[in-house]
Ligand binder design. Sequence first.
Ligand code: ATP
Ligand code: SF4
Ligand code: MG
Length: 345
Amino acid sequence: MSALVEFRDVGVDYARRGGIVSAVQNVSLTLEENETFGLVGESGCGKTTLSMALMGLLPASARVTGQLMFRGEDLFAMSESEHRRLRGDEVSMVFQDPATSLDATFGIGYQVAETVRAHRQVSRRESKARALELLREVGIPAAESRYSDPPHRLSGGMRQRVVMAAALANDPSLLLADEPTTALDVTIQAQVLDLLAALQRKHGTTILLIAHDLGVVAQICDRVGVMYAGQLVEVAPVGELFAAPRHPYTRALLDALPSRGRRGRALRVIGGQVPDLSHPPAGCRFADRCPHRMDVCATVPPLATSGAERQIACWLDPATRATAGLAPLPDSPTPNPAVPVGDPS
Ligand SMILES: Nc1ncnc2c1ncn2[C@@H]1O[C@H](COP(=O)(O)OP(=O)(O)OP(=O)(O)O)[C@@H](O)[C@H]1O
Ligand code: SF4
Ligand SMILES: [Mg+2]
């Protein structure tokens, strides 16, 4: 595999009346060609900010630092027209709510065909044929007879499939899917995720799947990044993250997942709240909620690489400590001590 996207020490601040919001800090991460990467974390952790940076759609109030490389070119150094070209040719996005992506007044097929025409020099007949092909590919039944249906005649799941058809029109190298299933019920959610996985396999697209929920990313992702309050705190292949989580926040997220063993018992919740990012804590941003915090946690833990595929930012972890030139703790709690954060059971 080779790198398609590289975040190099990326930071994003929003200037707003009354101060600065530090939405993303020190994010270093590589997205490989042909992988499905899941980005998880509670609301307000900076997930959408990272995807908007990739799309070149951050608002004018945003100030970026670091470098964001796409096939070796720094997106932060690109002009608006270069960004537009990239969005046309290489990067597409599927948002949480299909209603915001589709126009209520036009037929679904026409909207997909228009996206095809925006990216390719083709006749109306060819764009219609391609739109029908895409609608069939994403599983719209009787695509021909539904071609002129306006979006409201379709269920939420079917509308999201239409959005995916439009997103695939330019055969993108990178598809950003920001909470694409959050508005859907659980069965439809699973179908849409299966479809995303099938499309990824067929087209070899790199997918960045953003979700609140580790359960969602577990279904289709190869690797997972966990964000907390704008910081990337852990990255691992999905199996390793579930088998041996290393960051206390990742453990707390996993603890909060429903599992067979806990059926019928109250779900664990993570006590406390994500800090206000207009006044973030100086050091580890999880410190207020962490049962393991120590004096050193008042300093930001560096995101350390551990082995070929893991990254971790926690002062408990030998890899982070080694990166900062510190010896491992005598009783480093390697994987899985239960984190009894806010357990109401
Ligand atoms: N345009 C903006 N101006 C000021 N602050 C913003 C802006 N957009 C986002 N923020 C702030 O930046 C932080 C990160 O927000 P972001 O939307 O990236 O988080 P998220 O992880 O996608 O959250 P969610 O899961 O709710 O979608 C939050 O504190 C949010 O309030
Ligand atoms: S750096 Fe400290 S406060 Fe942060 S997660 Fe690790 S032990 Fe907890
Ligand atoms: Mg978001």
